[in-house]
Design a protein around this ligand. Sequence first.
Ligand code: UDP
Ligand code: MG
Length: 321
Amino acid sequence: MEPDRTLPTIALVVPCYNEQAALPETLPVLLGVLSTLSGSGRASEDSFILCCDDGSTDRTWDIIAEWHAREPRVKGISLAHNRGQQNALFAGLMTVLNSTTADAAVTVDADLQDAPEAIIEMVDHFRNGDDIVYGVRSSRTTDSWFKRNSARWFYGLQDRFGLETIPEHSEFRLMDRRALELLSEYGESNLYLRGIMPHIGLQSSVVTYARAARMAGESKYPLSKLISTSIDGITSFTAKPMRLIFMIGLVLLLTDIVVAVWVLMSHIRGIAISGWSSLMLSVWFLGSLVLISLGIIGEYIGKIFVEVKHRPRYAIHHTLL
Ligand code: UDP
Ligand code: MG
């Protein structure tokens, strides 16, 4: 039977780093999702899985190749070196955009922590006109206390620095071709998709799901990687921490006045040992001057940082000409 051309083709993009233990169990589940999608008339039979091997050092790529040989719906690309989940995802998404005719891509982890059933709901939202559908965790009971709380703290911090992110959303999301085209215009090499997608805008919605425990293998995110991703997330979106330095400098300068009064009082009352007053005054004054100067330099670096990214200034949503 010829595939129905009116149905959308969906690509499931799966980043894989040393996932030899998980893949043999994940692929049948995701193929099952594809069969449900096509069997229920939601998506075309051309829909496929794109595994993005992120420079694995185990048998991950062999497993992908073996699957591809017997099941054409399993496709793969492999990166020459481990570049991290964000880059593996971006490589997969750009492959979907430039080398296939898929109408939408869903990014999903290789360990089935993202509920596969939610993909069906995402596709329904897409068919109702949404360009981006975010998977949002309704519970994190399977994550450790530390991971849950550090994540909450991190979302709060991002929020305070003015980053528009979706709380409890990680990399489980659907993006249609239009969203992928806009994403491809972001030239920055320091990628933080969770920040970029809301920055793109478009019509979006949310699908909630319960996050499961990793079904096989170990987490590829040790604490060090988690912290560096968090720092990347903030520093690749905002120069506000630098403005903070300027603000602290200003507050210190104001405090100087209070300190100066106290020092002069002590001096006049004769309770200060010689040399203390001048030392105190200069330490405080110079300290705030240094911070303010750093803050001013920071403002300029912040401007350079924004310019260098060369992000699209806007994306047109609708036109009536
Ligand atoms: N991953 C990747 N490159 C990396 C680290 C992880 O492609 O350098 C993939 C990994 O194979 C998995 C997903 O990113 O599909 C999420 O990783 P993991 O499940 O280990 O993270 P956690 O769920 O523990 O935060
Ligand atoms: Mg995981």
